[in-house]
Design a protein around this ligand. Structure first.
Ligand SMILES: Cc1cc2nc3c(=O)[nH]c(=O)nc-3n(C[C@H](O)[C@H](O)[C@H](O)COP(=O)(O)OP(=O)(O)OC[C@H]3O[C@@H](n4cnc5c(N)ncnc54)[C@H](O)[C@@H]3O)c2cc1C
Length: 290
C-alpha cells in the first residue's frame, strides 16, 4: 500500500525541527528511523501532510556517561545500543532488550527515541526503560523538561511528548555496584514484537538481601506496568529461588490484559510470571539465559 502524499522537510538542528513543528502543528510528524511511522502511513493509520526528518540533525546519536547517568541520544539505533560496551557493562538488561527487537534491518534503522515516542504496547524498550527508571528529555521553544518513565507512557501509542516538542535524549541512572538488570521476552513468532516481557533492576547487599527492586512488565496493558506486588515481595528478602518464584507469581496482579488471536488473557497472565522469574534470576546471576 502507498501512503497519502506528503511533503518532506529535512531539519538540520533541533531548533529548526521545533520551529517546523510549531509552524505546521498537527499537520506535521517527526521522522526518525521510519520503521513505525512509515508502515502506519502505508496503512493510512497516519496521514501527516509533512514529515520533518531528524536524520541530519547532529548531536542526537550515541551513548555516553554524563554524571550519574548513561545518556542515549534519541536517534541512536537499536544496533548501536545492543553493541555498546558501556551499555553491556552498566545496563546489560537494556543491551539484551535492544538485541531482541525485530530483525537486523529493523535494529539498524529503528531508533530508541522513535520506539519510546511511538509507545507501541508491544515494544521492548519502554518496558526495560521503565524498569531502569529512565527519564526522557523533551525540548521545545520554551526550553527543556525531563519526564520520568513512570509519567511518560500515558496510553496506547500516547506519551507525555507535546506536539511542539522533540525528544532529544534518554537518561538512565547508572546502577550502583551490586545492582543487576535483565530483560526477558516471549516474542510473537512472526513479528518479534512482545507477547509478554519483563524488565528488572535489582539492588542487593553483599549478603544477598534485596534492598530494592523495579520490575516492569509488557504485553498486559496499554503501556509498561510496574509489577508492584512482585517488587514488594522481593524487598528486604534474601533472594533464594523460592522467594523469587513466589514473588514472580504475583507479576500479573492488578492487570487486565486483552485476549489476542495468538494469546488469551489467561495465558498472558500466567506466562508473564515465568518471564518475570527468568528476568529476576538473570539480573542476580542465577541464570545465564532468560
Ligand atoms: C518488521 C518490524 C518488526 C519490529 N519488531 C519490533 C520488536 O520486536 N520490538 C520493538 O520494540 N519494536 C519493533 N519494531 C519497531 C521498531 O523498533 C521501530 O524502529 C520503532 O518502534 C520506531 O522507531 P523509528 O526510529 O523507526 O521511529 P519512526 O517510525 O520514525 O517514528 C515513530 C514515531 O515516533 C515519533 N518520533 C520519532 N523520533 C522522535 C523524537 N526524537 N522526538 C519526538 N517524536 C519522535 C515520530 O513522529 C512517530 O510518531 C518493529 C518494526 C518493524 C517494521
Amino acid at each position: 500500500m502507498l501512503p497519502a502524499s506528503f511533503g518532506y522537510i529535512a531539519a538540520h538542528s533541533v531548533d529548526e525541527a521545533i520551529e517546523l513543528l510549531s509552524k505546521h502543528g498537527e499537520d506535521a510528524k517527526l521522522l526518525a528511523g521510519g520503521h513505525s511511522l512509515i508502515p502506519a502511513m502505508k496503512l493510512r493509520l497516519a496521514s501527516p501532510r509533512y514529515l520533518i526528518d531528524l536524520g541530519s540533525v547532529p548531536g542526537l546519536r550515541g551513548v555516553r556517561v554524563d554524571g550519574d547517568s548513561v545518556v542515549i541520544g534519541a536517534l541512536t539505533v537499536h544496533t548501536d545500543v545492543a553493541a555498546s560496551d558501556l551499555v553491556h557493562k552498566q545496563l546489560p538488561g537494556l543491551a539484551e532488550a535492544a538485541s531482541l527487537i525485530g530483525d537486523v534491518q529493523v535494529r539498524n534503522r529503528g531508533t530508541v527515541g522513535g520506539s519510546v515516542a511511538h509507545a507501541d504496547p508491544a515494544a521492548d524498550l519502554p518496558v526495560i526503560l521503565t524498569a531502569l527508571n529512565a527519564s526522557f528529555v523533551l525540548q521545545s521553544s520554551s526550553g527543556k523538561r525531563t519526564i520520568p518513565a513512570d509519567n511518560f507512557f500515558l496510553d496506547f501509542y500516547t506519551t507525555a511528548i507535546a506536539g511542539n516538542e522533540v525528544l532529544t535524549e534518554i537518561r538512565v541512572p547508572l546502577p550502583p555496584s551490586g545492582a543487576g538488570t535483565a530483560y526477558a521476552k516471549l516474542p510473537h513468532p512472526a513479528s518479534g514484537y512482545v507477547v509478554v516481557s519483563a524488565g528488572v533492576l535489582i539492588h542487593r547487599q553483599p549478603s544477598g538481601q534485596c534492598t530494592s527492586a523495579r520490575i516492569a512488565i509488557g504485553g498486559l496493558g496499554s503501556n509498561p506496568i510496574r509489577a508492584t506486588a512482585t517488587e514488594a515481595a522481593l524487598q528486604g528478602q534474601l533472594l533464594t529461588a523460592d522467594v523469587i518464584a513466589r514473588a514472580a507469581a504475583k507479576a500479573a496482579e492488578g492487570t487486565d490484559p486483552d485476549d489476542d488471536p495468538y494469546a488469551s488473557a489467561d495465558y498472558k497472565r500466567h506466562v508473564v510470571t515465568v518471564y518475570a522469574r527468568r528476568a529476576i534470576e538473570k539480573a542476580i546471576g542465577m541464570r545465564r539465559e532468560a
